[in-house]
Ligand binder design. Structure first.
Ligand SMILES: [Zn+2]
Length: 194
């Protein structure tokens, strides 16, 4: 499961015709499952319709392409780019952090940093959710572990500690690890808590 956590940046040329995507024009984005995660496609809507494809997308959504904005030189780099901790966490790929990753993604979605693009239920009833960063267009593939409601507030506290810098990733990871050991005996819950 863990190798399915993934980040994919948005392309700037069409994946099929290789011509540039047009600023503020519609774009079709898709994820294709591959051996080492997901391959992302971004393309002109016409190309998506007409291109020869011998595969079905894992996920597909319509969006609007925005050309990258050149950073203003005078503005100092923000200490905390929105989504940066999530990016680090996904890259870290630590199974003990799966609840933290998910809660952080949901918080970013609520504050409009991310938009949810797709959700796929897995045979074990977890859900793979595809989020897109509204500013950079990156896709974040996040496992929704179907958190139990009684565990939600402790995870939220860990996330807030991370965001405020009072805890490091390592500290949160070991706290989550001992938490998940304690949960091993708990019976599964079918209701979603999102
Ligand atoms: Zn094209």
């Amino acid at each position: 499961m863990s190798q399915e956590w993934n980040i994919r940046s948005r392309g700037h040329v069409c994946s099929f015709c290789q011509k540039p995507l047009v600023d503020r024009a519609p774009v079709v984005s898709a994820l294709k499952e591959s051996a080492d995660g997901y391959e992302r496609f971004d393309c002109h809507p016409e190309c998506w319709k007409t291109a020869d494809r011998d595969w079905e997308p894992f996920s597909q959504w319509d969006g609007v392409y925005f050309a990258p904005v050149k950073e203003e030189k005078k503005e100092p780099l923000k200490k905390e780019d929105a989504g940066e901790i999530l990016r680090q966490l996904i890259t870290l790929d630590d199974p003990a952090m799966k609840n933290v990753v998910y809660v952080l993604a949901v918080m970013h979605e609520r504050s409009k940093i991310l938009g949810e693009r797709d959700a796929k239920e897995q045979p074990d009833h977890t859900i793979i959710r595809v989020y897109e960063h509204r500013k950079t267009g990156e896709s974040f593939i996040v496992l929704d572990p179907r958190l139990r409601l009684e565990n939600l507030s402790s995870v939220q506290q860990e996330v807030l500690a991370l965001l405020s810098g009072t805890k490091t990733l390592g500290e949160v990871s070991s706290a989550e690890e001992s938490q998940s050991d304690a949960e091993q005996a708990a019976p599964p819950e079918t209701e979603t808590t999102a």
